[in-house]
Ligand binder design. Structure first.
Ligand code: GDP
Length: 780
């Protein structure tokens, strides 16, 4: 019954017109009550585990003390159990009353229909809940490689992360990618070895693979009791307490467990193992933390057993925050074991927002500084923008200034995100994450401050610190929080509305989707006028297609999926071009001479490096330089052979003559034309995306998978053993990978999994290139 009520509440929020009047009223009354309660009470934190409907619990819902906030991400390889683990966290924290199951498609965080159908997490959903005295803002990030931009976007607003592993598989391909991204953002982490109940689960194997592949120092804070079918609990290495889950009734939801000190008499072998693990842990931590080393070598050098747990906890926290080591915990989310200790570890070892240093904050003093990190489109309320506040406070019904877009906007409401349910709040303080309603222009990566004057004041402070009297554009740039690097799409296809009358609706849907997802690119084919959709993978494009149908009600047609090739040149070449046009009474006259050269060394950059001959530098007015570089750069967006981006070239402007009346547009046009000529002379080479493919397959199906790879121009780089499975690492051209998931599934009876990631671009040989040209010209 409760589950049905919850679903009704969700639907009521999503489409108020569909819900029954009485129910809607009840919901909105509740929201009002909540807002009243939070405005009347100061924050008082206490331990509670009641659902959000309880008004008392809402005292702590708004803006807890900074030290009590944890902004956490969950990252992992697809299928490692992120969604199941998140669901269990929400359950134990009292936010939901029944356990969802990804296999039934009713979890809270996977709320997009496509996610529920496919059992994967695509859009990261932010969820706020409280555990004991702490506020946890948790972002569930996608594990599929097509959505790495989503992961990157989330990592920027997180202070810490939990890496979830399948204990039978250890470190898998996508975990490595996300781990590297977390390294880049210097995010402290803890590891959770999930699926300890699974056949072939191995704690030792998983720990070893963390050590080898992630090149990090694991701190074993728990040891499992039993493995695979016999897994029933764990021992806390710091306190030497054993926690054993004991099903007491049909409802084995993991809330009942026995926690007591492990005695030698209970299990002598396990006791000895724990004793050894504790000593190793103490030595490891002492090696990494001087403060703890002093303690160990001083007072407790004779007997490590006497070291108090709280001293060890604090030292583990310090080394985790300094990213010198990573605490490792274990459990089975599906079997409801180990998630509560994981929640405790999040609060104990991961940093509060004020324990992370953000350089830009010094310019803002106590003024508002917030980052928009995700946009969702809601049919009734317009764009909903997720923001994290770094300093100052955000209030509903207030104007804010977007530095990136140079515009003032109004926030009408502030909402705390409980997956697809939201609760209205009266203010948002530093360190916290919330959803805003009303921001129409702000997009992912934008910096939001209270007013233009506040941005100018901050820029002034930045300028003064840099020793400048006046602030400059570079000072404003230093105020912007770092943007997300968006990789270039590798696939594209045409998209057509059902009739010309719906083109406008389609354009609108695509621009909304682009604001939500910056890795989706949309452009117009200049020759055919068709709309082109460019994405990160087959699944990415498929999901966009599906969303346009479901969310915007437009039945679109996709053209065949095509690979986004690149172009480059084989040789250095020179070209000269003159543009002479009279428009009205003005004569526009430009003559340019350029040299292009293939760039050696650095690869795969589509921005040309532009140099000027000394004679040009002397005569070129500053204001013309922009027009010259625009012309050159624009001609690299569409190469001369097939219209793909041109990469890895250097350009020298050897001479330039511009008549005084000539407009900047004409200068750009002349340089573009001259570039096209030079590129053609240089001999165009087509490059294709080469993918790193990793297949995990059982021994029985290995030869079938390898035989298939050979037919796809794949080159096998390595075959590793992972428990009973084999992991094939290969390089395969993307053009050969269309529909691979279906083929692999049928070859291996659905037992194999794979990941595909862009590795580099490689040159097509001359036969392949001419075959491609013929195909593109419609001759084959
Ligand atoms: P995600 O892709 O990382 O979000 O993973 P999910 O939470 O969707 O889980 C993937 C699959 O693994 C589902 O079939 C889950 O039921 C299963 N699963 C998750 N946790 C466990 C676990 O602890 N033990 C076992 N045996 N299966 C699990």
């Amino acid at each position: 019954m409760l589950r049905i009520m919850r679903k009704l509440a969700v639907n009521a929020l999503k489409s108020p017109s569909l819900c029954s009047e009485p129910f809607k009223r009840v919901y909105f009354q509740k929201t009002k009550m909540r807002v009243l309660s939070v405005t009347q009470h100061n924050c008082s934190l206490r331990n509670y585990s009641s659902p959000p409907g309880d008004v008392k619990s809402l005292r702590s819902v708004i803006n807890p003390h900074l030290s009590r906030i944890r902004n956490i991400g969950i990252m992992a390889h697809i299928d490692a159990g992120k969604t199941t683990t998140t669901e269990r966290m929400l359950y134990y924290s009292g936010y939901i009353r029944t356990l969802g199951d990804v296999d039934d498609g009713d979890t809270v965080t996977d709320f997009m229909v496509q996610e529920r159908e496919r059992g994967i997490t695509i859009q990261s959903a932010a969820v706020t809940f409280d555990w004991k005295d702490y506020r946890i803002n948790l972002i569930d990030t996608p594990g599929h490689v097509d959505f790495t931009v989503e992961v990157e976007r989330c990592l920027r607003v997180l202070d810490g992360a939990v890496a979830v592993f399948d204990a039978s598989a250890g470190v898998e391909a996508q975990t490595l990618t996300v781990w590297r991204q977390a390294d880049k953002h210097q995010i402290p982490r803890i590891c959770f070895l999930n699926k300890m109940d699974k056949n072939r689960a191995s704690f030792t194997y998983a720990v070893e693979s963390i050590k080898q592949k992630l090149k990090t120092k694991p701190l074993l804070l728990q040891l499992p009791i039993g493995e695979a079918k016999t897994f029933r609990g764990l021992v806390d290495v710091v306190t030497k307490e054993q926690i054993v889950w004991k099903p007491t009734s049909d409802l084995d939801d993991g809330k009942n467990f026995e926690q007591k000190l492990l005695l030698e008499a209970d299990d002598p072998n396990l006791f000895q193992e724990v004793q050894d693990a504790r000593n190793t842990l103490i030595e490891q931590v002492a090696d990494l933390d001087d403060q703890f080393a002093e303690l160990v070598l001083g007072e407790y050098s004779e007997n490590f057993d006497l070291i108090p747990a709280d001293k060890l906890w604090s030292a583990i926290r310090r080394v985790t925050l300094a990213q010198k080591a990573v605490p490792v915990l274990c459990g089975s989310a599906l079997k409801n074991k180990g998630v509560q200790p994981l929640l405790d570890a999040i609060t104990m070892y991961l940093p509060a927002p004020n324990e992370r240093s953000y350089e830009f904050l010094q310019w803002y003093k106590d003024d508002l500084c917030a980052l928009a990190f995700k946009v969702l489109h809601d049919k009734c309320r317009g764009p909903l923008v997720f923001v994290r506040v770094y300093s100052g406070s955000l209030k509903p019904q207030s104007a804010v200034y977007n530095i990136n877009k140079s515009c003032t906007e109004r926030i009408s409401r502030l909402l705390l995100p409980f997956a697809d349910q939201q609760i209205e709040i009266p203010s948002l303080m530093p360190g916290n994450i919330a959803l805003t309603v009303g921001l129409k222009q702000s997009a992912t990566g934008d910096t939001i401050v209270s007013s233009k004057a506040s941005a100018v004041a901050a820029a002034r402070r930045a300028g003064r610190d840099a020793g400048r009297e006046k602030w400059s554009t570079s000072d404003v740039e230093s105020l912007l929080l770092a943007g997300v690097e968006i990789p270039d799409p590798v696939f594209f296809c045409t998209i057509e509305p059902p009739s010309m009358a719906r083109q406008q609706d389609l354009d609108n849907a695509l621009s909304c989707l682009q604001r939500e997802d910056p890795s989706l690119k949309v452009k117009l084919d200049p020759d055919t006028g068709q709309t082109i959709l460019c994405g990160m993978g087959e699944l990415h494009i498929e999901i966009i297609h599906d969303r346009i149908r479901r969310e915007y009600g437009i039945e679109t047609y996709l053209g065949p999926l095509q690979v986004a090739y690149r172009e480059t040149i084989l040789n250095a070449a020179q070209a000269t071009d003159t543009l002479d046009k009279t428009v009205g009474d003005k004569r526009h006259l430009v003559t340019a001479e350029l040299e292009v050269r293939p760039r050696l060394g650095e690869r795969a950059t589509t921005k040309p490096i532009i140099e000027y001959a000394a004679s040009v530098t002397e005569a070129l007015p500053k204001e013309l330089q922009g027009a010259v570089e625009n012309g050159i750069t624009n001609s690299c967006i569409q190469g001369p052979l097939l219209g793909f981006p041109v990469q890895d070239i250097d350009v020298t402007v050897q001479s330039l003559m511009v008549h005084p009346d000539t407009s900047h547009t004409m200068v750009s046009a002349c340089l573009s034309r001259c570039m096209q000529k030079a590129l053609k002379k240089g001999g165009i080479q087509i490059l294709e995306p080469l993918m790193k493919l990793e297949i995990t397959v059982s021994e029985d199906h290995l030869s079938a998978a390898l035989a298939d790879l050979a037919q796809r121009r794949g080159s096998i780089q390595e075959i590793q053993s992972r428990q009973d499975n084999r992991v094939v690492v290969a390089a395969v051209p993307l053009a050969e990978m269309m529909g691979y998931s279906t083929v692999l599934r049928s070859l291996t009876s659905g037992s194999a999994t794979f990941t595909l990631e862009l590795a580099s671009y490689q040159a097509l040989n001359s036969q392949e290139q001419s075959a491609l040209l013929q195909r593109r010209m419609g001759l084959v």
